[in-house]
Design a protein around this ligand. Structure first.
Ligand SMILES: [Zn+2]
Length: 463
């Protein structure tokens, strides 16, 4: 598989550090508010990379964090307000309750659009000791300094590679330093907080060698990625907006901490615009996956919609294009059913289609070409119905459109059942066993047999 590497600014073959196994880290949801379709498009990019690599025969280990502390409205400002604190004020809940609620919602929305849950989803608040350790290492190695207030800043001038990912090198940042609010205690305007001393009234704070405080936003991803994937891993993903400062600072921290390159390939996804406007959490101008269902649309069809655009480009979301995608996915499911039994044999034309589809995926996830392969196959007179069925069923491992839904003989779970199953898998993912048991009971009350399998929860009618 070839991917565009933001770091080298070219499309490169993915060559894993450990042969046969690809290790991926994805920046995950910040859980003080709902995730929207723009977030889901970014998370789907990671999932698509993983599905494609698995389709090619690799084992994949995927880690995606949950940010439940430290994400500031303005990371560089000393008066920065923690968004979690704002949510606490708005909703009258404690920080951990807010985090719990929005983590559950985020996992549900991810499952609704067919994102397979990562292998590990570490929470920032469970990894404060790792962040303190890395901060201490950075001080020891001369990359960070403690100021009088008890905050710890990264010294960007100590890391010659600063700016290599985003192009925001120090000379450019100094020139534009009016945009970077400056704490007088900082040595360089671009220095960023690894640890912040807790002011009065601060709800979430922890003891540290530098006094009570809380971690900066960027340090969690350095600490948790290296904890779960080691100090050399293959792919790091995130939205375009995370290139700077978040990922630039992560590189400075991780490489400063271990003394060598940590991530081989950086992949960034483009924005989703809502009827011409950028979807940003701060404007309230957002659409959630749950709203697709309210509009009578299948959330999996959102995948098909995103496939029409290359992942690095911005895409527009309108209800009209979403409805068209929904119709097309339902039509494909009907065709899969009409084609009848899949055939084992594959003729030359079918082989060509398969090669075309696989090459599109391998070519930096060229999903518009993959979509054309699907559409041309659907209309092709040279491929038998049985071959079409077999190909689409195989390709659906990557497409994730549940194309067999209509064709599956007999019983099919309702939307409600599917939702509860997804919610239970999400609860198990975060080891919330009390919630998982509750959901099992709920499913059983619907006269279902509930089975735990390697692929997650499966249900069928009780005999
Ligand atoms: Zn991150």
């Amino acid at each position: 598989m070839r991917l565009y590497n933001t770091l080298t600014r070219q499309v490169e073959e993915v060559v894993p550090v450990e042969p046969g196994r690809v290790k991926i880290y994805a920046c995950g949801p910040t859980v003080y508010r709902y995730v929207h379709l723009g977030n889901l498009r970014t998370f789907m990019l990671t999932d698509l990379i993983r599905r494609t690599l698995e389709f090619e025969g690799y084992d994949v280990t995927e880690v995606q964090n949950i940010t439940d502390v430290g994400h500031m409205t303005d990371e560089s400002s000393p008066e920065a307000v923690d968004k979690m604190v704002l949510a606490v004020e708005d909703e009258g809940l404690q920080p951990l309750e807010i985090a719990e609620k929005y983590t559950r919602e985020a996992l549900d929305d991810m499952a609704a659009v067919g994102i397979r849950l990562p292998d590990v989803m570490p929470r920032a608040t469970d990894h404060i000791p790792e962040m303190i350790d890395l901060t201490a290492t950075l001080i020891e190695r001369g990359h960070a300094y403690v100021v009088e207030s008890g905050s710890v800043y990264y010294d960007v001038t100590s890391f010659p590679g600063y700016g290599k990912l985003s192009g925001n090198t120090l000379d450019k940042l100094r020139a534009g330093h009016r945009d970077l609010e400056t704490d007088p205690a900082k040595r360089h305007p671009a220095d960023f907080a690894l640890w912040k001393s807790a002011g009065p009234g601060r709800l979430m704070k922890w003891p540290s060698p530098w006094g009570e405080g809380f971690p900066g936003w960027h340090i969690e991803c350095s600490a948790m990625s290296m904890k779960y994937l080691g100090d050399r891993f293959d792919i790091h993903t995130g939205g375009n907006d995370l290139k700077f400062p978040h990922h630039e600072d992560e590189i400075a921290q991780s490489e400063g901490g271990v003394g060598h390159e940590v991530v081989s390939t950086w992949v960034h996804g483009g924005f989703l615009r809502l009827t011409g406007q950028k979807i940003a959490k701060s404007t309230g101008n957002v659409v959630r996956a749950a709203e697709l269902v309210e509009h009578g649309l299948d959330p999996l069809a959102f995948r098909w919609l995103t496939f029409q655009t290359r992942y690095r480009s911005e895409m527009d979301f309108t209800w009209e294009v979403m409805e068209t995608a929904d119709k097309r996915v339902k039509q494909l499911r009907r065709h899969v059913k009409e084609w009848g039994e899949p055939s084992d044999a594959q003729g030359a034309a079918a082989k060509d289609f398969d090669a075309r589809f696989r090459e599109a995926l391998a070519n930096d996830l060229d999903m518009p070409s993959a979509v054309r392969a699907v559409n041309d196959l659907d209309h092709s007179g040279e491929v038998t119905p049985g071959e079409k069925r077999a190909l689409l069923t195989a390709w659906d491992h990557v497409l994730g459109l549940d194309l067999e839904r209509e064709a599956r003989a007999g019983w099919v779970p309702t939307e409600e059942m599917r939702r509860l199953v997804a919610e239970r898998d999400a609860a198990r993912q975060t080891k919330d066993y009390a919630r998982s048991d509750e959901l099992r009971d709920e499913l059983q009350e619907m006269d279902l047999e509930v089975m735990d399998t390697a692929q997650g929860t499966r249900v069928r009618p009780q005999d």
